[in-house]
Design a binder for this molecule. Sequence first.
Ligand code: SAM
Length: 137
Amino acid sequence: MRVAGPVARAEQAIVSAGLGHRAGTQVGSFFDALPAGAGGYVLSGVLHDWDDDDALRILRRCADAASETGKVLVVDHIGDAQSGTPDTEGDLRMLCHVRGRERTLDQLGELAESPGLEVSSLTPAGSRSIIELRPSH
Ligand SMILES: C[S@@+](CC[C@H](N)C(=O)[O-])C[C@H]1O[C@@H](n2cnc3c(N)ncnc32)[C@H](O)[C@@H]1O
């Protein structure tokens, strides 16, 4: 079946990376229930587009789907993780453009608390960071 748009491109990228046996694609919204039981749920450049209420709704969908065994990987600009210094320029940009925000690691950790997630690791990735969230139990 041919699927238009981002899903078709994602499918193509997965197959050409030789990962067709490990990953699949599905049309949907992260505000709705997500496919359950995956090993990981990646939110790349997503949470910073949204205010805290909507970011929380997205995280809750991921936490519900990830359950006890999956992880949620947030890829965003979080400023200086060591000092907690925010990315103020990016934060203002996101606020003006889409009413979103760039969050510090602490702010992301606080947001993740109520869906039952906690920061488990941080990996620098160029100008962004990959923050791994796991169920806090
Ligand atoms: C800033 S882009 C991030 C693109 C890419 N993932 C990256 O890391 O650069 C935000 C993405 O969220 C997608 N998006 C917006 N609303 C969505 C929704 N309700 N469900 C799923 N994806 C959505 C947009 O289509 C867009 O691709």
